[in-house]
Design a protein around this ligand. Structure first.
Ligand code: GUN
Ligand code: FE
Length: 471
């Protein structure tokens, strides 16, 4: 049952029936290709009734003035104030919704300890739907406030709680991919937090997929279900095989963790004598639309498998600093032609902001390139040619994420959904401050990535509906 805004849902004041925007005027920044930053001054974005972009007109276009005047006459236009930029909404390809309450803590132990001491006990609490509802309401509101118009979420093993996450996305208007987590291995999961059997995990996953598909408020498919094996150590062979078959039969997206840390990668090698990527391919889980989180230790062969399957990597740079023992070679991955986007990995990563993930993607790529140990000579210290630019990180956060999911999001172009954010660059007291007489367009982008706070994001639209501030 979807909760409506009202006395029992005071968190956001959002409504589901907003007619949506028709026209927005402002300077647009987006990234049609990795490293290609596009700037369109005073562009007019025209949005149709279904939230799709009909046109993006620049002032020199002969249709600009008549359409602008028509929309103004009907009161259907929003002109952004000077200093405010229109960008595509941000796409978070990897986020653990139930871990929201532990954001920013528990980062001082290795992954396997973190899972057992902090994360599994927290996730087990989602047997309580009231607990889940409070957390998910807070998380979705915060992510939207930070400009995340699409999030790819792991839920927990619990179907009712994960259904509440779907409801919350629909009520607040966030585009999402959501998965009921499947994990059944008695050695890789605690007895208090695992699916009872392979059959139970598969039937619960199937029930969840049906819930998302048949949801009466999900007509345009704003939320999609994903088959979600947690990672190799937590799943039996039978479960992985069953989930692969289910993903094929139901034509769903898939999300999982892949070759994340020395321990996780080593576990898969010991058990199967093959990499996680090879294991997922073997079980039918490497598909178009599969999102592999982390993937720090993937080989050239793995990259070929991922590319040929049309799967994607969710690069989670900040989480990897704490848990992965290595930096994901994002430059090499892009060169190999695989789909790549960014993930916050809430709460393995301590920030919910995709801009923050983009800034960290640039930073860790520089660390990989230069190396870290000053006792080693400069020539031998790092991995040459590893750095990415801010424009490439912006592409990963928007267009790359959209391509990974196979959805028309991440660019502001006709045919794409109007998922967008307005970023003010001149707020008093803000860390983000642009000086028009000093800053080039690439400078503006770099400043936004490095210093944009949620308060600087003054408007957020998903499928044409204004979700920040309340529409
Ligand atoms: N591997 C298995 N589960 C998890 C998780 O919740 N977070 C991260 N970062 N890695 C995992
Ligand atoms: Fe994760």
């Amino acid at each position: 049952m979807v909760r409506r805004p009202g006395p029992d849902h005071p968190g956001t004041g959002l409504v589901t029936s907003s007619p949506g925007v028709r026209g927005v005027v402002g300077p647009i920044l987006d990234a049609p290709a990795p490293g290609e930053l596009r700037y369109r001054r005073d562009a007019l974005v025209v949005v149709d009734g279904s939230g799709s972009i009909e046109d993006v007109l620049e002032p020199a276009d002969p249709r600009y003035d008549p359409i602008h005047d028509e929309l103004r006459a009907s009161g259907d236009i929003e002109v952004l104030p000077p200093g405010t930029y229109l960008l595509p909404g941000l796409i978070d390809l990897h986020n653990h919704a139930p871990q929201w309450p532990q954001l920013g803590k528990a980062l001082d132990v290795p992954l396997e300890v973190w899972l057992n001491e902090y994360t599994f006990p927290l996730e087990a609490r989602y047997s309580s739907t009231s607990f889940a509802q409070n957390v998910y309401r807070s998380l979705v509101a915060t992510l939207l406030a930070n400009g995340t118009t699409t999030a790819v979420y792991f839920g927990t093993i619990h179907v009712p709680a994960t259904q509440l996450l779907v409801d919350e996305c629909l009520v607040q208007g966030q585009r999402a991919v959501v998965g009921k987590v499947a994990m059944d291995h008695p050695e890789g999961c605690p007895d208090y937090y695992r699916d009872d059997s392979v059959e139970a995990a598969l039937s619960a996953t199937a029930r969840f997929i049906e819930y998302v598909r048949d949801h009466p408020d999900n007509r345009p498919g704003l939320v999609q279900a994903a088959v979600t094996p947690r990672f190799v150590p937590s799943c039996t062979d039978e479960l992985l095989a069953g989930l692969g078959e289910l993903a094929r039969a139901e034509a769903t997206l898939v999300q999982t963790h892949c070759s994340e840390s020395d321990w996780a990668h080593g576990y898969g090698l010991d058990r199967y004598d093959r990499t996680d990527t090879e294991t997922y391919a073997e079980f039918g889980l490497l598909r178009r639309g599969t999102v592999l989180a982390h993937s720090n230790f993937i080989t050239e062969t793995d990259m070929g498998l991922i590319r040929d399957a049309g799967s994607a990597v969710a690069h989670c740079p900040l989480s990897n600093v704490y848990f992965a023992n290595a930096v994901f070679p994002v430059r090499r991955a892009l060169a190999s032609g695989i789909h790549v986007g960014l993930g916050t990995d809430v709460s393995g990563g301590p920030s919910p902001s995709v801009f923050n993930a983009a800034a960290n993607a640039v930073a860790v790529s520089r660390v990989l390139e230069d190396g870290v140990d000053a006792a080693v000579s400069a020539a031998d210290r790092g991995v040459a040619g590893s750095r990415i630019s801010f424009a490439e990180a912006f592409w990963l956060a928007t267009t790359g994420g959209g391509e990974a999911l196979g959805l028309p999001i991440g660019l502001l172009e006709p045919g794409y959904q109007f998922d967008a954010i307005a970023v003010a660059t001149d707020r008093v007291g803000a860390n983000l401050s642009v000086w028009p007489e000093l800053d080039s367009t690439p400078d503006v982008l770099q400043k936004i990535i490095n210093n944009c706070a949620s308060a600087d994001i003054t408007s957020v639209w998903v499928a044409g509906r204004k979700v920040k501030p309340a529409g």
